[in-house]
Design a protein around this ligand. Structure first.
Ligand code: TRP
Length: 334
């Protein structure tokens, strides 16, 4: 039996943090490493120029994303890893999809609507600072998905609408030409994906400035963890692990036994926040140390990353060009 195709894209938007690691990278890796899928993972570099205009920064971010996934355990022999920009068939399909996408559908996209709302709040014209890349973002994303006949698309909640739009567009095309021309994808949201608390106890997010970066040196990591907000209880006081940001992070990196032991110390009194934080450092560092070492090797070995991405691109294009050939024939452009 043929394996189902699983595909997902990552926008190269900068330094990964623990929220990304637990919320996106780990759950996606456990899915793509599952041998029951034919897995494809790509770096959505063309999507990012809607907002990122510095070529050096973009180049660096692409390497960082690739190095992050490779160091966290992605095996490029098992999972196709490539840059969106390498698969130029994507942009040909994008044009085809444009013709079948109702403008009204794009008007309903959350990201576009949020940008309009923001303009209205500030008394700017509706279209102020909105480029067509943002407006048609779901179409390019549909091209990424449909080009590879993806069956399963793991995404975060904010991307569900985009996958649904890809289905709508695909159905319009299938309806006109042939019902089996494009594969209708399905999104999946990982149930295990948890909200990770940041330094200040709110959801860890770049926009709150409360992240703990994934690839800090030991010294920087210690410093970062020391900035976790705690209450002002004294050392001798009895403490509640369940309402503590330090403990909440500790749980992600420790066994049940370790958690019980630390919780008992909280409840016994006589343990200060400094102690709790150094316990946290030990478990975080134990997990991140090998990943950090791999990452540092990789990020200094761009030739290797290039070769992985090049190989991925070749294989991806082989698949994509067949699909485009079939589509052009169906449409009457051949
Ligand atoms: N839009 C996605 C994000 O911002 C990235 C992405 C681009 C993607 N193309 C995709 C995800 C195709 C899944 C499938 O996270």
């Amino acid at each position: 039996m043929e394996k189902k195709v699983l595909l997902t894209g990552i926008k190269p938007t900068g330094v990964p943090h623990l929220g990304n690691y637990f919320g996106a990278i780990k759950p996606a890796l456990s899915m793509v490493s599952n041998d029951s899928y034919d897995a494809r993972l790509f770096i959505a570099d063309y999507h990012s120029i809607n907002t990122m205009r510095d070529p050096e920064v973009l180049r660096q971010y692409v390497y960082e994303v690739a190095a992050t996934w490779l160091s966290c355990g992605l095996d490029p022999k098992k999972v196709l890893l490539y840059k969106q920009s390498s698969v130029i068939e994507t942009f040909e399909l994008n044009i085809i999809l444009n013709a079948f996408t109702a403008k009204g559908l794009m008007n309903r996209a959350h990201a576009y609507k949020a940008a309009v709302d923001k303009n209205r709040e500030k008394n700017n014209p509706d279209d102020h600072a909105i480029n067509m890349g943002l407006y048609t973002y779901p179409i390019l994303m549909a091209a990424d998905i449909l080009l590879f006949d993806a069956n399963v698309v793991p995404v975060g909640k904010d991307q569900v609408q985009h996958v649904e739009m890809a289905c709508d567009i695909a159905q319009a095309i299938n309806h006109n030409y042939n019902d089996s021309l494009l594969t209708i994808p399905e999104y999946v949201i990982d149930d295990n994906t948890q909200t990770i608390v940041g330094l200040d106890g709110r959801k860890m997010s770049k926009s709150y400035g409360n992240t703990i970066e994934l690839f800090l040196s030991e010294k920087q990591l210690k410093k970062s963890l020391n900035r976790i907000v705690t209450n002002s209880q004294e050392i001798e006081e009895v403490k509640d692990p369940d309402s503590c940001n330090v403990f909440s992070l500790y749980k992600l990196f420790s066994t049940k036994d370790q958690q019980d032991q630390l919780a008992a110390r909280y409840r016994a009194g006589g343990m200060g926040w400094g102690h709790a934080k150094s316990e946290l450092f030990e478990v975080v560092n134990a997990e991140l140390k090998p990943i950090r070492e791999k990452y540092n090797d990789l990020i200094n070995n761009k030739d290797y990353i290039d070769s992985v991405l090049m190989e991925g691109a070749e294989k991806a294009r082989e698949i994509a060009s067949k699909k485009i050939f079939r589509l052009r024939k169906a449409i009457g452009i051949d």
